[in-house]
Ligand binder design. Structure first.
Ligand code: WTA
Length: 635
């Protein structure tokens, strides 16, 4: 990388070998974005070509209408023609003394076919939803791909979510089948996942549960309902014909937090998602045949879908799937993994980078990280200091950093400078992906000038991989994404600005969502959970800064009755309702919360009191005495 002023440009050798090396691609795409995506779409395998590329009936849009394809066929069948015995998946278990597992493209293809037939045998059909509540094990990848092979819609739920959080999702999507495991390892402990699943399926439609044997912990198998994975795999036919899917048929649902309490089921469509997942990976991570891609994200998140698994497969790459935590049993576990497998592309979140940085640089020096050629960051804004540390200490000033902005809703990366084109600027995500039109709008809905902060929006024709709806909730789809600036403008809920070179920097969210260690957590969801406790009258949750995790929740509660152990009550409620990712750093008991005259809690004021900012106009406040109390407590 060559540094000129504050910008980093790719070296000529990197550029020479990159899939994309010239700015021309942006100009071509801008002229006719729909045609541009059509060109890219030609590179995936269609059983029938589309008759129309794009259709917009606000707030809905479609891509590659009339096209037919199968997702798993694109990931597997098409690759085995060329890469039959190339390793597709390397699984690194958490216990360092356990042997890794390797799957070639052909082996993965075989397993997926068998499991697809296994799912059919228990009655799963095209269009059925299938719940996947699995840790980072190869069976998770097999299960996801098998669903796509038969046209079932997978809904993966993060394995560290609580039974209650899983239950809410299962109830919304009404799955009849849930795939889970006996347990898994996390920082040396065995987590009893099957126990959680058993609790969650009460009051749901789940009739069959397929259980992967992973940790060997004792579990209760319910007769007639529960089936071991290996028994589900006992099928007569080793081949399962890939279902012909319409381009606009749903491919998967993934729940994400929304501003109100209930999570939203984000729906992605087969055709557009495939094209976008393939090409964003190919161009942003420059994936080639001999690359080893390691994305640290859990499959429970969108990054875990698109880049930990799907994009490397669509591009015929090799990817690493790691079961454990990157700093366990020692802080350099992640370096060991890079060294062991010769990882070439490494993708992680700023929270992890800050954590690695905290351990000091000495442990990095012990490892050979010279295979790395691209570093990625995702999930939250990366500060300049962490960017520079990542660049210098991990990438040894050789590797381009791609700071990739996107959302569960966008399905794939939409904002990130391309590594062979550049330039990269610390703390800036950079340029929109070719063919994507962003704008930053002020409160009047006009485009902001350079350096002026505003709301980040996406304009038509959007992108092929963006969401097609919120599962069974069109009102919420409309209200969340298409109401702030009209039905033709997708509102990201992020605040951003451009510099004078038109590079975009993401400042943060404008709604009540917080990013805890890069994970999306809704303050509304935490409030709902805490408010259910019998001793709590009402509560408010805000995000407060944290040195490592970026942001963490702080909970303010007003008590209904005396409660000496309020901290314990709040923590238990959150563990039960959501899971450990949403646990607060601070819990405050207050007499009253600042409210508007209509009774709405003013979280903005709580946040400002916490950070010591100027409070501004308080005329809408109904109870100014609450501010006095808070100032005293938070001093
Ligand atoms: C934030 C994660 C700054 C942003 C893929 C977005 C980022 C939300 C970045 C989506 C980035 C994601 N820089 N902020 N590179 N990437 N975000 O749905 O606020 O878990 O709206 O998807 O994460 O979170 P989600």
């Amino acid at each position: 990388m060559i540094k000129k002023k504050n910008l980093y440009h790719p070296s000529s050798t990197f550029k020479k070998n990159a899939w994309v090396k010239s700015k021309d691609v942006y100009k071509d795409a801008e002229k006719d974005p729909v045609k541009f995506w059509e060109q890219l779409a030609k590179d995936i395998h269609w059983k029938k070509k589309w008759r129309k590329a794009f259709e917009h009936k606000p707030p809905y849009f479609k891509w590659f209408l009339g096209g037919k394809l199968n997702f798993s066929e694109n990931c597997l069948d098409k690759n085995i023609e060329r890469l039959r015995n190339k390793v597709a998946l390397i699984w690194e278990p958490e216990p360092a003394d356990e042997r890794p597992r390797y799957f070639t493209y052909y082996e993965l293809y075989r397993e997926v076919n068998k499991f697809a037939n296994g799912l059919k045998k228990i009655g799963v059909k095209k269009g059925d939803r299938v719940g996947i509540y699995l840790p980072m094990v190869p069976e998770a990848v097999i299960a996801m791909l098998a669903c796509t092979r038969i046209g079932a819609i997978h809904s993966v739920v993060f394995s560290a979510y609580s039974p209650q959080a899983l239950q809410v999702r299962l109830q919304d999507t009404k799955e009849k089948v849930l795939i889970t495991a006996d347990g898994y390892y996390r920082a040396g402990n065995i987590i009893n996942l099957k126990g959680n699943a058993d609790e969650a399926v009460k009051d749901t439609k789940v009739k069959k549960m397929i259980v992967v044997k992973r940790a060997g912990n004792e579990v209760k198998m319910k007769k007639g309902r529960d089936i071991w994975w290996e028994d589900a795999m006992k099928v007569k036919d080793n081949f399962c014909k890939p279902e012909e899917m319409d381009s606009e048929d749903p491919l998967f649902i993934l729940y994400t937090s929304g501003s109100t309490g209930k999570p939203k089921g984000i729906v992605h469509a087969c055709g557009g998602y495939t094209v976008q997942a393939k090409y964003t990976g190919k161009w942003i991570f420059d994936i080639k045949d001999n690359d080893v891609f390691w994305s640290m994200s859990d499959i429970g998140w969108i990054t875990g879908h698109t880049y930990s698994v799907y994009s490397p497969l669509l591009n015929g790459g090799t990817f690493v799937l790691f079961e454990g935590a990157p700093n366990w049993p020692s802080p350099d576990r992640w370096c060991q993994i890079i060294e062991k497998y010769g990882v070439t592309i490494f993708y992680t979140a700023p929270t992890a980078i800050r954590m690695f940085q905290k351990y000091g640089d000495d442990f990095i020096k012990k490892h050979d990280l010279s295979t790395l050629r691209i570093l990625g960051s995702v999930g939250e804004p990366i500060d300049k200091g962490s960017w520079e540390w990542y660049f210098e200490k991990v990438g040894k000033k050789r590797c381009p950093i791609v700071d990739t902005w996107w959302q569960t809703e966008t399905g794939g990366i939409l904002l990130s400078s391309l590594p062979g084109v550049g330039p990269a600027k610390p703390a800036f995500a950079g340029r929109p992906f070719p063919g994507i039109k962003f704008d930053i709008l002020n409160s009047e809905g006009k485009s902001c000038k350079a350096e002026e902060k505003g709301d980040l929006v996406i304009l038509p024709p959007f992108s092929p991989g963006m969401l097609r709806g919120v599962y069974k909730n069109p009102q919420r789809y409309k209200k969340t994404y298409w109401s702030d600036f009209g039905e033709k403008t997708y509102f990201t809920s992020d605040i951003a600005y451009k510099d004078k070179n038109s590079l975009i920097r993401i400042v943060g969210r404008s709604d009540d969502m917080i990013k805890v260690a890069g994970h999306r957590v809704s303050t509304g969801e935490i409030e709902d959970t805490v408010s259910k406790s019998s001793s709590v009258l009402e509560c408010a949750v805000i995000g407060i800064p944290d040195e490592i995790k970026g942001e963490v929740p702080a909970v303010f509660v007003v008590l209904k009755k005396k409660e000496n152990q309020i901290e314990k009550v709040v923590i238990e409620a959150i563990k039960k309702g959501i899971g450990p990712i949403a646990l607060p750093k601070k819990i405050y008991t207050v007499k009253d919360l600042p409210k508007t005259r209509s009774g709405k809690i003013m979280r903005r004021i709580l946040r400002k009191i916490f950070t010591g900012e100027e409070l501004g106009d308080l005329s809408t406040l109904a109870n100014p005495e609450s501010v006095k109390e808070l100032k005293k407590i938070l001093k």
